[in-house]
Design a protein around this ligand. Structure first.
Ligand code: FES
Length: 97
C-alpha cells in the first residue's frame, strides 16, 4: 500500500492508503477533518482540502479543480485539491487549509 506523508503546521504524519483511493482519505485517517479538512466531502465545493504536493505523481489537473483553486487567496505551482488526487504511489503533501 502506498505511504502518504501529510504535514500540517510543521507536524507530519504518515498513513498507508490502499492504492486507487483519493488523498482526502489520507487526510481523514490523519485526523485533519477535525480542523476543517475536506468539509464538502470531496464534492469540489469547499477547497478546504488544498494541499501542496511535495513528491508523488498525479494525473493532470482538470478544469473544475483549477477553477476552484483559483478562488483561493493564495495558490502555489504545486497546489492541488486532495479530493481530486488518486493515490497510487508513495507521496508527500502539505495541507495548506
Ligand atoms: S473536499 Fe471540498 S473541494 Fe476537496
Amino acid at each position: 500500500m502506498p505511504k502518504v506523508v501529510i504535514s500540517s503546521k510543521g507536524e507530519s504524519q504518515s498513513v498507508e492508503l490502499r492504492s486507487g483511493l483519493r488523498m482526502i482519505m489520507a487526510g481523514m485517517q490523519a485526523g485533519l477533518d477535525q480542523y476543517g479538512f475536506g468539509d464538502c466531502g470531496g464534492n469540489l465545493v469547499c477547497a478546504t482540502c488544498h494541499v501542496r504536493v511535495k513528491s508523488g505523481t498525479f494525473p493532470a489537473m482538470k478544469l473544475d479543480e483549477q477553477y476552484l483553486l483559483e478562488t483561493l487567496p493564495v495558490i502555489y505551482p504545486d497546489s492541488r485539491l486532495a479530493c481530486q488526487l488518486i493515490v497510487t504511489e508513495d507521496c508527500d503533501v502539505e495541507w495548506v487549509g
